[in-house]
Design a protein around this ligand. Structure first.
Ligand SMILES: CCCCCCCC/C=C\CCCCCCCCCC(=O)SCCNC(=O)CCNC(=O)[C@H](O)C(C)(C)COP(=O)(O)OP(=O)(O)OC[C@H]1O[C@@H](n2cnc3c(N)ncnc32)[C@H](O)[C@@H]1OP(=O)(O)O
Ligand SMILES: Cc1cc2nc3c(=O)[nH]c(=O)nc-3n(C[C@H](O)[C@H](O)[C@H](O)COP(=O)(O)OP(=O)(O)OC[C@H]3O[C@@H](n4cnc5c(N)ncnc54)[C@H](O)[C@@H]3O)c2cc1C
Length: 638
């Protein structure tokens, strides 16, 4: 192109100079980020498969109407399924393909909640009947728990399931408007079946909330079955974004289902109408939520790392001020303020990756114990999944917004990928448990632990976390010491719960570094990131740390000095550290974050593709603007 300088040429890696600064083996770090060589291979292969297939394009989402957007989502879901079947992809590869298609859809709830609920709360017989149908997608399921009037308070749900011993059936009914099921993903237009949560009534006696498999739509013509009123709840936050998902409303009008469609692993109803509660904690009915919360923590590291990748690459491309003698302006990534905002988020992305790995292990461990009727670690598993889901999603949502701001004006363009990422991600702070409600569960666990163990919450933490542990104990003692009720102290206890979760993240990051980590300079980079994560939080919450007396103001000042030094150590490695996420440009969906850093020509080209630029003179000019411009110039009385 005429006048195109070297800096704007296509096919040139405009970040090569940054990549050459790297002080560690990026390919080895890619394996660490993926979790194993096998996991890296699957991710790398599937992400490239999706990126290279025009059937999975997503650059037009923000210009489609809700109906076009949703139809396109259905097309993609069907195309993804055909790809999975035609290529005979494994369950792991199929899950990765749905992940890289990167579009909230009914399949998330079918695979992410409907199937896990049957696996976790169904009897062997129920699993044998329903799972094969679900795995082959011969039925499509959703998880219908939340109602118009209740979401957080599961025990407040109003839908009823009344046992009719005459017919050996349950009658599922929505007694009030507020008992309408409201929010379940996939429910609005697609799901043929639901796991519906309802108050079990047997012989006139209530037995709390249980799960029931209910068919909603005909498998012949998709019409709602008798007694079922179902639809979509309407547009949600942002364009595109989560509007690819049909979150639905559902009312039951005395819908009858066979007795064997109550999920009966935890408790049973016999044909004689006898209710039997197994000798397991009733909270196992909540097991699916615990499972999803631990997956959401892994999701957080993915979403945050995407935003950080975009902001880091663009911060290396963007130059503003600082030109010396007509030379190039300063890369904004070199400003200390930019580093102090960006690098803690980079460190958090890695920290959340590793805590997600640990939580996956904890969940697998507690699941194995449950099979042996060992419930000893269930309270800790609940507290950890609830608290870490809350901590990581809040930090990630805030982090994505911070990354948008780190990109200046261009971060506000849809083509930056950040507005869409934010709009899709933020409900994670609410779904699967409102983050405050979940922290209250952690606070309750801490209160019980303190009362059982006395002052020390746990001595099983690495030395480097003594300050963090003392902070939690102090925050708890300050609250538990005074004789005021839990409700009165709840805002303070939530702060202690956050501190407890931050302690877990820091200690698991330190434990990760005690493992064998291959690759030149890789462990050193992770040590820098771990120190940034720990010292950034210490700096942010230094009031807590100082008030516990475990650090002095001098320590706090030294920690801040060390942070600045650590930012300087990360700086030459920043681009390589985000390259290690191994995201394709397709998955990132961001011009600012494109691998080659050739941002300006791509931004300029993308602008002209906007539908508004299909005509030079906009629709409406002749009707509204021309008359305005041509009106008689009246003698103004102004
Ligand atoms: C383009 C960019 C893309 C970016 C990437 C985006 C990523 C996302 C991608 C795609 C999106 C699609 C995926 C989305 C999937 C998520 C969909 C969301 C689904 C839902 O929201 S399902 C509904 C979720 N609802 C909830 O979470 C409800 C929350 N409420 C509760 O869990 C409970 O009501 C409660 C725990 C708050 C209270 O329960 P209650 O029975 O009243 O119990 P308590 O009295 O409080 O406690 C009694 C006792 O039980 C213990 N306990 C409580 N819960 C549990 C549990 N789950 N397990 C074990 N034990 C539990 C509690 O500690 C008490 O113990 P104690 O008596 O103190 O010893
Ligand atoms: C995008 C999206 C997808 C969803 N998908 C599904 C799905 O597939 N299936 C499903 O069943 N549900 C789904 N939900 C519903 C979701 O699980 C609930 O919205 C969530 O559990 C929060 O409950 P709520 O809406 O009742 O919030 P509320 O509890 O009404 O929260 C409102 C405010 O009250 C506060 N609050 C509530 N209780 C307390 C308390 N005891 N102490 C202090 N403060 C309190 C909260 O902190 C919050 O600030 C989805 C929601 C969204 C947004």
């Amino acid at each position: 192109m005429e006048g195109v300088g070297e800096e704007e040429m296509e096919g040139v890696d405009h970040l090569a100079h940054e990549r050459n600064k790297s002080e560690f083996d990026v390919d080895a770090m890619k394996i660490v980020w993926a979790g194993s060589p096998h996991a890296f291979d699957v991710s790398d292969r599937i992400s490239k498969l999706v990126a290279s297939d025009p059937g999975f394009r997503k650059d037009n989402r923000s210009t489609l109407s809700r109906k076009e957007l949703f139809k396109n989502t259905l097309r993609k879901a069907a195309y993804a399924w055909k790809t999975i079947v035609d290529l005979r992809l494994s369950e792991e590869e199929a899950a990765k393909l749905r992940f890289y298609v990167d579009e909230p859809a009914f399949t998330d709830l079918h695979w992410g909640m409907f199937i896990p609920a049957i696996k976790g709360q169904g009897t062997e017989e129920q699993q044998q009947k329903w799972l094969p149908l679900a795995y082959k997608m011969q039925i499509i399921g959703c998880y219908a728990q939340t109602e118009l009037g209740h979401g957080s308070n599961v025990q407040g749900l109003e839908t009823t399931a009344t046992f009719d011993s005459q017919t050996d059936e349950f009658i599922i009914h929505s007694p009030t408007l507020t008992s309408s099921k409201w929010w379940p993903g996939g429910l609005g237009k697609v799901a043929t079946h639901a796991i519906a949560y309802a108050r079990l009534i047997v012989g006139g006696r209530e037995h709390g909330v249980h799960g029931f498999i209910v068919q909603l739509r005909s498998l012949e013509d998709h019409s709602p079955l008798l007694g079922i009123t179902v639809g979509d709840i309407g547009m949600k936050f942002g364009n595109g974004a989560y509007n690819t998902m049909d979150n639905g409303v559902l009312q039951f009008d005395h819908v009858r289902i066979p007795r064997n469609q109550m999920l009966m692993r935890v408790s049973q109803v016999t044909c004689e109408g006898k209710y039997k509660q197994s000798d397991v904690p009733r909270q196992l009915v909540y097991g699916t939520m615990v499972y999803v919360r631990q997956t959401i923590v892994a999701d957080a590291s993915c979403a945050l790392s995407r935003a950080v990748c975009i902001a880091t690459r663009y911060s290396a491309v963007r130059r503003q001020f600082g030109s010396q003698n007509g030379g190039p302006e300063t890369q904004v990534i070199d400003y200390k303020t930019q580093q102090s905002r960006l690098f803690p988020l980079l460190a958090s992305a890695y920290a959340f990756r590793f805590i997600g790995e640990w939580l996956k292990w904890l969940y697998a461990d507690v699941t194995q114990r449950l099979q042996a009727n060992d419930f000893s670690t269930l309270p800790e598993a609940h507290a950890c999944t609830a608290g870490l889901k809350s901590l990581t999603t809040t930090a990630t949502a805030d982090g994505i917004e911070e990354c948008r701001k780190l990109c200046g004006g261009h971060g506000y363009l849809c083509s930056s990928g950040l507005p869409e990422l934010f709009a899709v991600y933020v409900p994670a702070c609410t779904y699967e448990g409102d983050n405050t409600v979940l922290l209250l569960q952690v606070a309750r666990f801490l209160m019980k632990t303190v009362s059982q163990l006395g002052s020390r919450l746990s001595s099983k933490k690495p030395v480097g976390t003594i300050a963090y542990m003392t902070r939690v104990e102090h925050l708890m003692q300050c609250r538990c010491g005074v004789q005021r009720g839990f409700a009165e102290l709840s805002a303070d206890l939530v702060e202690a719960a956050v501190a407890h979760c931050q302690l877990i993240v820091v200690s698991k990051f330190i434990e990760k570094l005690q493992q064998e980590i291959p690759g030149k300079g890789v462990k050193q980079q992770l040590e820098v990131l771990c120190n940034i994560y720990a010292l950034f939080l210490l700096h942010k919450h230094q009031g807590d740390f100082l008030s516990t007396g475990c650090i002095t103001p001098k320590h706090a000042a030294l920690a801040n000095d060390e942070l600045r030094s650590l930012y300087s150590q990360v700086r030459p490695n920043a681009i390589a550290l985000v390259d290690a996420f191994n995201y394709t440009d397709h998955y990132l969906g961001s011009i600012l974050g494109c691998y080659d850093g050739n941002v300006y020509p791509k931004l300029y080209e993308a602008a002209w593709k906007d539908p508004l630029n299909e005509s030079v003179v906009p629709d409406g000019y002749h009707l509204y603007i021309r008359p305005l411009l041509k009106q008689e110039i009246r003698t103004a009385r102004l």
